[in-house]
Design a protein around this ligand. Structure first.
Ligand code: DAH
Length: 339
């Protein structure tokens, strides 16, 4: 019996050392110390022994059990340490790996050129004004002196949200909203998005940007408009830039003009983009119609003013060599990263 007990102790020692994880160790514990273990069976057999033998066996049994328990506990601590090391290893961060650079955005070409334009005009004393992209019929047409059913509205009465409400087709709507809110002098510029039912192709987009300017005060003349426009294009595109004014029609200005500037590509020599004229027709402009001043409650006998407005997209395309307007609105990062 002594021999068997010692053999059990050795066997348990080997198996405890061999247990590779906590579950295996628990199985060893049950096998050697559990209710159905050989050690328990032996201690039950002790009942048959004499008192002296029983005392001796009891000591040996207790010693062996104590030894097994101590080994189990030690091995358990080892395996627990290994397990937590494994967790740490799994969560390890390699601090020597190169970092993941966050993607840094940049200015969209449209907004970049708009910013430049705004900068120049801020320098001339204008302030930026804004208005809603979803506009009422009144601010879109009657307030801007469009006669009822005038054909000039045809290309603009397009994206209707309801009977009376539509996406604005020009930033000129903000002229009215701004003047309603203040008394002259008014010196505002309005950068913003506009919408028209244009068939989309390389040079047409249903969504586009305009920049509007409006100046109303006492004694303002057409000469101020010409001077401001000339300064504007020279500041933006260079000293040798020129502006050309030709008669045009807009309901909200009288007289009205179409403003062209020296072709940015050929510098006036004539090319495909300017159809060999040397000019790019970019803006509409004119003296604010007295009817418009009346509509906002200004006295047209006292105040005069001028306005200009037009597209920004084409200028951005010429400045950055972009040959398809649709690229400005796709949000394609591969395109945008180039600027
Ligand atoms: N809003 C006009 C358009 O989209 C452009 C325009 C013409 C703006 C004359 C003006 C102006 O401010 O005075 O075609």
């Amino acid at each position: 019996m002594v021999y068997e007990i010692e053999a059990l102790g050795d066997e348990a020692t080997r198996e405890i050392a061999a247990a590779q994880d906590l579950e295996a160790l628990e199985r060893v514990r049950v096998r050697y110390l559990g209710r159905k273990s050989r050690l328990r069976a032996l201690s039950r057999q002790m009942a048959d022994l004499s008192e002296d033998e029983r005392r001796e066996m009891g000591q040996i049994l207790n010693r062996t059990r104590g030894r097994i328990e101590a080994l189990l506990e030690k091995r358990q601590r080892e395996l627990e340490a290994v397990a937590s090391d494994a967790v740490l290893m799994a969560e390890r961060v390699d601090v020597t790996l190169p970092g993941r650079a966050p993607r840094i955005g940049r200015r969209h070409p449209l907004l970049a050129i708009l910013d430049e334009m705004i900068d120049v005009l801020l320098g001339l004393g204008f302030q930026v004004a804004e208005g809603p992209e979803i506009e009422t019929h009144y601010y879109s047409f009657p307030a801007l002196n469009y006669p009822e059913w005038h054909p000039a509205m045809d290309e603009q009465m397009t994206f209707y949200v309801s009977n009376n409400i539509l996406l604005r087709s020009q930033t000129s709507t903000v002229q009215i909203r701004s003047m309603e809110k203040q008394e002259p002098p008014v010196r505002i510029i309005v950068p913003g998005r506009c919408f028209r039912r244009d068939t989309v192709d390389a040079t047409h987009s249903h969504t586009f940007y305009q920049l509007e300017g409006l100046l109303v005060d006492e004694g303002i003349t057409f000469a101020d408009l010409k001077g401001t426009m000339a300064l504007f294009v020279r500041e933006l595109f260079g000293e040798d830039m020129k502006v050309r004014f030709r008669p045009d029609f807009f309901p909200f200005t009288e007289p009205s003009a179409e403003v062209a500037l020296t072709c940015l590509l050929c510098k006036g020599a004539g090319c495909r983009v300017c159809k060999n004229t040397g000019w790019l027709e970019i803006w509409g402009a004119g003296m604010v119609d007295p009817n418009v001043l009346c509509n906002v409650g200004y006295d047209p006998e006292k105040y005069t003013g001028w306005a200009f407005g037009g597209g920004v997209d084409r200028l951005a395309m010429l400045r950055y060599g972009i040959d398809d307007i649709r690229l400005l609105y796709t949000g394609d990062m591969r395109f945008l990263q180039q600027f």
